[in-house]
Design a protein around this ligand. Sequence first.
Ligand code: PLP
Length: 355
Amino acid sequence: MSHPIIPVTKTTNPRLPHFKMETLQFGKHFTDHMLMADYENGEWKNVVIKPYAPFEVDPASAVLHYGQTIFEGIKAYKNSKDEVVIFRPDQNFIRFNVSANRMQMPAVPEWLFMEGIKQLIALDKDWIPSLPDHSLYIRPFMIATDPFLGVRPSTTYKFMILLGPSGPYFSAPMKIVIEEKYTRAAPGGVGYAKNGGNYGGSLYPVELAKKKGFDQILWTDASEHKYVEEVGVMNVMFVIDGKVITPSLERGTVLKGVTRDSAIILLRDMGYVVEERNLSVDEIVEAHKKGLLQEVFGVGTAAVVSFIINLTYQNYSMDFDLDKLKVAPSLKQHLNDIRVGNIPDKHNWLEKLLS
Ligand SMILES: *Cc1c(COP(=O)(O)O)cnc(C)c1O
């Protein structure tokens, strides 16, 4: 396959020399360059890498009014040999076009997504922090740019890639409440797509939960609030009587996480039984009453594995002792060992950046 070289305009005013890698917050800092491409008349064109900067959009742009926008989140790391590796970007490419399809947006060609990421990282690779639990967060996204207020699919789009050096995401263990009123996703809806509106719509219920002292919500199904789906913007896993259980993807209301998929494969490698199925709140509470509910944790690119120390359902509070967690910390360690190169990458998950 041919790998077109993307034209680059380098910044004349690099911020990197003055940048402190020690106190990084997730999502707050961006590297010196970004990628931009336009979709017009049925094709992708004007692909460029240029200095990171604000850009102009017409105030009537469809994305600003009707939310035709999708994104991805991927991480690159420096391994112990100081090589740059990207974790399973092929999976994000596939999912990006699944999201595009659901939002009636054009597919992005593989070379644009993959070469765009690689050439941008090659240019900004000195921005990748080498500190433990740090990474380079990669944010590809697409927006609808037709300046037209009629509700119809845009005919023009912008595809962009941003890079951000990142520290640990949710580092503190979380207190979670089981949501019984609001929903993140409904069958037939857009829950399986990484489109902007899903996140905008989750802010209000999460804020209500925060006012009650929780960090996040455990989302349940839209019709009965009986089956668990996701925790915040992460997939969720339960350990009951030694078995790992995670909600299945069947209803289209659970996002098909790359970390979820990697965790299922690794946990099976580690000898655990992993079930993808419907899991009801009743079953969780029942298991807790019998002393069989051992762990609950979130999995996603940003935080990788997030520990949960409390899960509350109505007035019933379930605590988890951090010192007694086994599955979540070992999964986290295992994923980390693969990415830094301490153990072999036997599933071929790391895409090495050739320099
Ligand atoms: C991105 C995301 C996830 C996690 O997916 P990863 O590919 O593991 O990062 C889970 N749930 C939602 C709602 C998400 O947006």
